[in-house]
Design a protein around this ligand. Structure first.
Ligand code: SF4
Length: 363
């Protein structure tokens, strides 16, 4: 008897509760691309995708994901699960992977919104969610069990609370979390947050972090955007050299979902970071800057991610004006090492350090 669980490749903000309730194994190609970039493989994977005809202007996660799909770098999926609540380019990416891998694609369309989520939008999503569940029932041979779905939601809520405890370790001064260290733990939440064991694992991590006695933090910053994975070590070294510590970022804070039924699930997944209005996006960032007591903001203009960077200049301006914080930006990429200039990064960091020092003195 074949005991292998059905495998799904899933976009980061697809409702994980659904494949979890159906007992599926879930892999996130964006996390896999980030991990490959962290191991220094992104340049090779991007060039491989370009050789296959995927243009260099595409997001580097898309290029790396296509290379992994072609070359078999991940366990082969039985189905792809995608939704466009953070990025519409994701749809074309998953369609291309579905054609390459010759597996079905389950797609959820989230309408863009400027204000509160309307009941009409929720109904539209409920129809799609029910159709997706039927499609996955057929594919897995499993019947949808509302009890299992409730359990997945419950474990997810507990994981979200425990994850917040981990994130809040950075409120201590100095923060026990090294700059960018939080991103090492992010995959636990991306694909593992509906598992029963995750709550205790995260609480144990929070206890370990709280027991640390760190030294050397002078400035606390909010990092806006995705890390530059291929040069992460270099970035951390340059931050440490200036006694700057990253204590908050938008991505690690976007992973805790809480829902009790399909309707609250539909609402929760409308609230993803690129899916909210400019006002909500600024308010969310301002809240993080206040909560973690930052001295400044460093903005990463990630060449890959146009949906993220489109309104960043206005976000920058508002954070600078409304919070009266120094805000400095630099250019880079989450996956393509060629888009990062160490010289520019150092110059911008020096500017940020000077501005933070001047602000502190003025106070
Ligand atoms: S463009 Fe941005 S949101 Fe879209 S897949 Fe790439 S990194 Fe993700």
């Amino acid at each position: 008897m074949n005991a292998r669980k059905p495998v799904a490749w899933m976009s980061t903000k697809f409702p994980l509760e659904i494949p979890a309730a159906l007992g599926m194994e879930v892999i996130c190609p964006e996390s896999a691309a980030a991990a490959a970039a962290g191991k220094g493989e992104s340049g090779r994977l991007c060039r491989r995708a370009e050789g296959l005809g995927y243009c260099a202007d595409l997001c580097s996660y898309v290029r790396m994901g296509m290379a992994l799909a072609w070359d078999g770098g991940l366990p082969k999926p039985d189905v792809l699960l995608c939704c466009d609540n953070i990025c519409s380019g994701m749809v074309q990416w998953y369609e291309a992977m579905a054609r390459t891998l010759q597996v079905p694609l389950v797609l959820l369309n989230f309408p863009y919104r400027q204000s509160q989520v309307s009941q009409g939008q929720v109904n539209y999503l409920l129809g799609q969610l029910k159709a997706a569940i039927r499609q996955l029932e057929e594919l897995t041979g499993q019947q949808w069990d509302p009890q299992k779905f409730q359990e997945a939601c419950l474990w997810e809520e507990r994981s979200a609370r425990a994850w917040q405890r981990v994130l809040d370790c950075a409120m201590a001064r100095p923060s026990p979390l090294r700059s960018m260290e939080i991103f090492d733990y992010m995959p636990l939440m991306v694909t593992g947050r509906c598992r029963p064991e995750m709550e205790e694992r995260l609480l144990e991590l929070a206890r370990e972090l709280a027991a640390r006695r760190p030294e050397g933090e002078e400035y606390r910053i909010y990092w806006e955007g995705t890390p530059c994975w291929p040069v992460l070590g270099q970035v951390v070294e340059l931050l440490d050299k200036r006694h700057i510590r990253v204590v908050a970022d938008p991505i690690s804070h976007s992973l805790g979902f809480c829902c009790q039924d399909l309707e609250s699930l539909a609402r929760a997944y409308c609230e993803t970071i690129n899916g909210v209005s400019l006002e909500e996006g600024v308010a969310m960032r301002a809240k993080l800057c206040w909560r973690y007591g930052v001295d400044g903001v460093l903005v990463h203009y990630n060449r890959s991610c146009r949906p993220w960077c489109g309104d960043l200049q206005e976000v920058e301006r508002r954070l600078r004006d409304e919070l009266e914080l120094p805000v400095v930006s630099f250019d880079g990429d989450q996956g393509d090492p060629g888009a990062f200039s160490p010289a520019q990064f150092e110059t911008r960091l020096d500017t940020l350090t000077e501005l933070m020092a001047a602000r502190r003195e003025a106070r």
